[in-house]
Design a protein around this ligand. Sequence first.
Ligand SMILES: C[S@@+](CC[C@H](N)C(=O)[O-])C[C@H]1O[C@@H](n2cnc3c(N)ncnc32)[C@H](O)[C@@H]1O
Length: 212
Amino acid sequence: MKRQAKTRAWHHRHVNDYFVRQSVEQGYRSRAAYKLIELDERDRLLRPGMLVVDLGCAPGGWCQVAAERLRGQGRVIGIDLIEMVGMNGVTFIQGDFTADAALTELEVAMRGQRADLVISDMAPNISGVVVADQARAYHLAELALEFAERWLQPNGAFLVKVFQGAGFEDYVRRARMAFASVMIRKPKASRDSSREVYLLARSPKSGTRAED
Ligand SMILES: C[S@@+](CC[C@H](N)C(=O)[O-])C[C@H]1O[C@@H](n2cnc3c(N)ncnc32)[C@H](O)[C@@H]1O
């Protein structure tokens, strides 16, 4: 298919997509919001009073869902490479999560408090070279896991987008070493055609790393 035809086909699929229509009707900034809504309904991830850290948060669908569920009690801190329009109850940091400066800014915003929930929907820009894209995605997921191990409460939870294929089994093994429980989820809003799944890990075994 020619490039222009592919773009037209993508646009047609997108506007006719059930979750895109729902997000427009219900005022969510992304169809991704419905992934977190489903996972929260199933796994009870969000409660008032929590500190939630959202890695790769723009345009803000997950932040909206988290802020709604916290009902004004607790905090949501989001970080993204690109600008995100401000939102009540959400502290936003624009920066590269892989860079020391942005990580420090994030840790300062946490004010020494451990997170109850770390969520990462980060995805690199797709180059089309599958091997390189997969490696970049796993680099982000690996750094997110290290962050979660270091900054989660002992009974905290970590939700991260990962892609099936090269690196998947190793990542699940690594998560099982670091957390007491690890599950794989494929929410309905995640397209069947996508290799993306979500890994949900609970209770880091490291316990006290933030004070190291
Ligand atoms: C699928 S989108 C997230 C959608 C979001 N969960 C929502 O509900 O609106 C992935 C995001 O990851 C961000 N991202 C990718 N690499 C990043 C990095 N190194 N640091 C921070 N954000 C990054 C991208 O800029 C993009 O906005």
